[in-house]
Design a protein around this ligand. Sequence first.
Ligand code: ATP
Ligand code: MG
Length: 253
Amino acid sequence: MQLQGLSKAFGQLRALDEVSFVVAQGSLTGLIGPNGAGKTTTFDLIAGVQKCDAGRILFRGQAIEPLATHQIFRRGLARTFQVPRPFPTMTVLENVLLAPLGQLGERFDANWWAVSRVRAQERQLQERAHGVLQWCALADKAGLLAGQLSGGQQKLLELARVLMIDPQMILLDEPAAGVNPSLLETLMERVQMLHQQGITFLLIEHNMDLVMRMCQRVLVMAQGRLLAEGSPREIQDNPKVLDAYLGPTPVAA
Ligand SMILES: Nc1ncnc2c1ncn2[C@@H]1O[C@H](COP(=O)(O)OP(=O)(O)OP(=O)(O)O)[C@@H](O)[C@H]1O
Ligand SMILES: [Mg+2]
C-alpha cells in the first residue's frame, strides 16, 4: 500500500500534511507517534471513513481514496478501531456474522430457487464465525452480549470481525491499549500467525516494546507529518524521534 501526499484538515488544524509512505506487501509495519500526530486520521482516510483533501492511496496498485468504506473493505483492506465499536446489545457471534457484507440472504432478489443457496451460505458463514471465534479465544463468549466483554476481549472481537472477510491487509489501531497481559499475548500471537500466512499489517501502537519486538519497519508521525522511518533500531536511535516524544533535549550549559 502506498500513500502519496495525503492531506486532511479539520478547520484550521492540519491533521495530515502531505504524508507519503509505502507499506510493503506482506510486512508488519509499525506506525508510531505522540498523541494527536495523525495516526488514527491516517487509518480513517485509508479505510474511507474520512475523505482526504488531497493525495492518493494506492492499494495493490489501485487508487482507493475515491471508494466507499464497504468497497475498500471488500477489497480485503480492513481496520480495527482504537476504541472498539461492537454492537453492544447483540451477541458476540452476531457481531462477527455482521462483518461480511453483501450476503445473498440480505438481497431482495433472493427468490425461491436461491433459498437453498442462501441457506448453504448462511451455514458456511456460521461455521466460519464459530471457527474465527475459536481461533480468537472467544468461543466460550459467543452467546454473551458484546457489551459484556472486557476491553481486551472487545479488541479480540474486533480482530475476529475483520477475519470474516479474508483480509489481505489489516490496520490495527492500538490493539494493546487496555488489554491485560495474558490476553495481549494471545492477541499478538494471533497477529504474528496471520502475518506468517501473508497478511500485511500496519500497526498503530504506543507500547514501544511491542512495536520493537513485532515490527520489521517503523513509521513515525508527528504533528501530521511523517517524521522518520526505518528499522526499529534506527528509530530508537533517531534523536528527532526522541524530540517528538519528549520535546527537544536541552543543550548543556
Ligand atoms: N473528526 C475530527 N474533527 C476534528 N479534529 C479531529 C478529528 N479527528 C481528529 N482530529 C484532530 O486531528 C489531530 C490528529 O488526531 P488523530 O486522532 O489522528 O491522532 P492520533 O495520532 O491517532 O493520536 P492518539 O495517539 O492520541 O490516538 C488531533 O489534533 C485531533 O484532535
Ligand atoms: Mg489514535
